[in-house]
Design a protein around this ligand. Sequence first.
Ligand SMILES: [Zn+2]
Length: 331
Amino acid sequence: MMDQMDQSEREKIRRIVEEVLSRLECPAPPAQAGPEAGSKPEAAPPACPVSTPREGRGEGIPVEASARHVHLTREALALLFGPEASLGQRRPLSQPGEFLSDKKVTLAGPKGHIDHVAVLGPLRGAVQVELSLTDAKALGIDPPLRLSGDLRGAASVDIHGPRGSLKNQAAGIIAKRHLHLRPSDAARYHVRDREDLRVRVQTARPVIFDEVTVRVSEHFMPALHLDFDEANACMLQPGICAEILGSGCPSGDSTPSGAAPRSPEPGGGRRAPRGLITEKDAQRLVREGGETIDVPPGTIVTPAAKDVFLHARRQVKFGGDPESMLAAGER
Ligand SMILES: [Zn+2]
């Protein structure tokens, strides 16, 4: 049988195997947990695997759930914990330099309070309270969705420590989900700082997260950061990885950082190669632009490749026959 299998069939099988293997790649199990592993049981994080460098892999970014936490300034620390107080390190977090401190505060709003909220170190230039929407509703406040560090319109919240209180601090935000990458990772995934991506978290209840903002720095380790509501939505478990769908531009693109995500080039059609279209082929075709993907007759399109086309909103024409994958019930 194998002798009769022609070269293209073997090539198809080889590429299917390659795609399956690449999708199974996942980082080592967690060595440390995220911000809130030490918090009370009912707030136990779904998972906080910690990133370890995984050079050369195109798939599998660790997913970390960030529980509610507080960043303090030196002045705020002194007010809440006394003038001599300093932030002791209980446990390092995945992002280098960040740590879970030995301090906890109580947050209060018009409808309730939350005890034992972790203070993260190091100290910062502004007080910031990062909450999930569930936390915000329990407190009775309405924080805006913001990337960490952006406190425009932040909600007022009271912060209580053992030695003092900060009333009506305009510090409450719901942290926007984001993807930490080093410049080398960003180049490998063909994405840029501040770009928004679609990312799939493959769990028992898989979720595709849209508008995941990329943050690139030499000081980061690769990690997708979700809040508890998002982590619970996808039933996050330890060791789960995220996969970038519908990546951004090819590296070397001169589009300024922060530009809106690219839309398909108007009018263009992209001719797919005959035989087999894998996820990587699909990502390449999407990056090349064009509103439609022309798939030659008899060509296999893997489910992952279909996902890429679907989420990049590309119409796929099979054998020259226009067919919307959504309309055709492909998913
Ligand atoms: Zn983060």
